[in-house]
Design a protein around this ligand. Structure first.
Ligand code: ADP
Length: 259
């Protein structure tokens, strides 16, 4: 039966966007937004018209990462106009509500805001749009996967067992809703000490690779745990812009090339 007759919402394309890629993680704080924004910047560096949509309503990080703020203007047909920096267009709840995170919003308001972010932005022609999903596999994530035609999903995880267990839930969710999984990214696997040069695998080294193998998913790449990635993010100049030729910058670029 068609989706509509089964009572499921119809999946719509995001207007003027050729390819939509969701970056997800089962837990917060594993580097999902950092990876989403660096991927969008890497696509732009490869010459694609690129954008990033922050769908994390309760903890939007894209404005900080791209050093952007202020209210979006409206187009002639009342659509939100994205804000741009470093050649990447972006839209985020953070622009709409400023610093006041809508932590007390009810489900209905969240869904309404989400609709606006998904369907009322005038992207003006993009080759690729990266969706920064909220962490987890709950209602919001399901709504997004059911309402928007996603070309693929990237699952970010750190290599420790507890994170991987939840990452597997993410893989199952995308499979259930028939979104192709492009692969996993392992973040914070190796720490290279800037003082002595010694490498330490703080959370283990093979976790994500093992999960990929046992679940038939590609491993897209590995991002080291490095204070400079955090510094770059904090000052609103992500690694792909701040230091594209470093090992770290190349790690992000390498992942973008595989997508
Ligand atoms: P999430 O979106 O999963 O909640 P973030 O991308 O916001 O995670 O990252 C959480 C914190 O960890 C941020 O302060 C970010 O700068 C930092 N971070 C992410 N990846 C790395 C890394 N590879 N090395 C160092 N710090 C990182």
């Amino acid at each position: 039966l068609p989706r509509r007759q089964r009572g499921l919402p119809e999946r719509r394309n995001i207007r003027d966007v050729r390819k939509v890629i969701a970056v997800s993680s089962a837990k917060g704080g594993v580097g999902k937004s950092t990876i989403a924004v660096n991927l969008a910047l890497a696509f732009a560096r490869q010459g694609h018209r690129s954008g990033v949509l922050d769908t994390d309503i309760f903890g939007p990080s894209i404005p900080t990462l791209l050093n952007l703020s202020g209210e979006p203007r409206l187009s002639a047909n009342n659509q939100l106009l994205p804000l741009s920096n470093y050649g990447v267009k972006s839209m985020s709840m953070g622009y709409l509500v400023g610093e006041q995170a809508p932590v007390v919003w009810r489900g209905l308001m969240v869904m309404k805001a989400l609709q606006q972010l998904l369907h009322e932005v005038e992207w003006g022609g993009l080759d690729v749009l990266v969706l920064d999903l909220p962490p987890g596999t709950g209602d919001t994530q399901l709504t997004i996967t059911q309402q928007v035609k996603l070309d693929g999903a990237v699952v970010v995880s750190t290599p420790q067992d507890i994170a991987l267990k939840d990452a597997v839930k993410g893989i199952s969710m995308f499979r259930k809703v028939s979104v192709p999984i492009l692969g996993m990214v392992q973040n914070m696997s190796v720490f290279n000490c800037p003082n002595c040069g010694h490498s330490t695998h703080i959370f283990g080294s093979e976790g994500v690779a093992r999960t990929c193998e046992s679940h038939g998913v590609d491993l897209l790449g590995d991002i080291p745990l490095d204070a400079r990635i955090c510094d770059d993010a904090d000052r609103g100049k992500p690694t792909v812009v701040a230091e594209p030729e470093s090992v770290r910058g190349e790690a992000f670029m390498g992942i973008a090339e595989k997508i």
